[in-house]
Design a protein around this ligand. Structure first.
Ligand SMILES: Cc1cc2nc3c(=O)[nH]c(=O)nc-3n(C[C@H](O)[C@H](O)[C@H](O)COP(=O)(O)O)c2cc1C
Length: 244
């Protein structure tokens, strides 16, 4: 068992402080991060919630300099790709099939000591719903799930004082080709190099963190602000698990 308590905080503000500390590191120094910190960050991503618990994504870890060099070219020569310690590549399912969904749900039921049939009604409901949306929507839906895990990894890295750069600036089709992702039904969504900042050469390190002001970012609504919808609510229940 990995000891995840090695940098445990007592301050209740610690998450917000960690998020203030982190920034999209522009220049990394090539130093390696300890294996236990990498494991911690990956575990935070693995523990991420996902729609129906399907986790329609995975993380590919690359530290091989030759492969990183190739990926840098696909990522518009962003130097964090080759100066990082480990590159996390988030990859999502191309679509939802009966086979894929059944595999996850069957595993879930096995782990919980329940019969596979317990999920049948729910599985049929979501597969029928996803079918109507088409494969492009499905790939996009899976990609969105991967971003939740991505955010967890960013927060976990900050907590461990590991620098990270969220990167969407790359050509996904090229990366998929390089890593032969299509063959296994995946497509790359987003990258996260992990490592340590080279502060002297990083133009962003001392810049003020700027975010949308809270009063614009957060809006409260009541029924008085809502539209008067005339259509009847959809007659489908996603609660079929508990009904069985
Ligand atoms: C999905 C996503 C994609 C991003 N892509 C890149 C990128 O390709 N290269 C880069 O240097 N920064 C990238 N960023 C970093 C953002 O520019 C940065 O997070 C934002 O300006 C806020 O600054 P901060 O992260 O330093 O607080 C990306 C961020 C996110 C969340």
């Amino acid at each position: 068992m990995i000891d995840y308590t090695f940098e445990k905080k007592t301050n209740i503000m610690s998450l917000l402080e960690d998020l203030q500390w982190r920034y999209a590191t522009k220049k990394m120094n090539g130093a390696k991060i300890p294996q236990e910190k990498l494991d911690y960050i990956l575990e935070a991503a693995r523990m991420s919630p996902s729609s129906s618990g399907l986790q329609p994504y995975k993380i590919i870890v690359v530290s091989d300099p030759a492969l990183l060099e190739k990926i840098k070219g696909i990522a518009y020569n962003q130097t964090q790709i080759t100066d990082c310690s480990h590159l996390l590549i988030f990859a999502a399912w191309d679509g939802y099939s009966d086979e894929r969904v059944s595999e996850v749900f069957n595993y879930m039921m096995d782990e919980r000591g329940l019969p596979h049939s317990k999920m049948d009604a729910y599985k049929q409901t979501i597969l029928a719903l996803y079918e109507t949306k088409g494969t492009e929507w499905q790939a996009h839906h899976a990609a969105k799930q991967s971003y939740i895990a991505f955010a967890m990894a960013i927060a976990a890295a900050a907590e461990q004082k590991v620098d990270a750069t969220p990167i969407e600036g790359f050509i996904p089709e090229k990366l998929d080709e390089l890593l032969k992702l299509k063959e296994s039904g995946y497509h790359s969504t987003v990258l996260l190099p992990l490592g340590y900042r080279e502060a002297e050469q990083d133009w962003l390190v001392n810049m003020k963190k700027v975010r949308t002001p809270k009063d614009i970012f957060v809006t409260e609504m009541t029924i008085a602000d809502a539209a008067d919808l005339q259509e009847a609510p959809v007659n489908v229940s996603l609660d079929s698990f508990t009904q069985k």
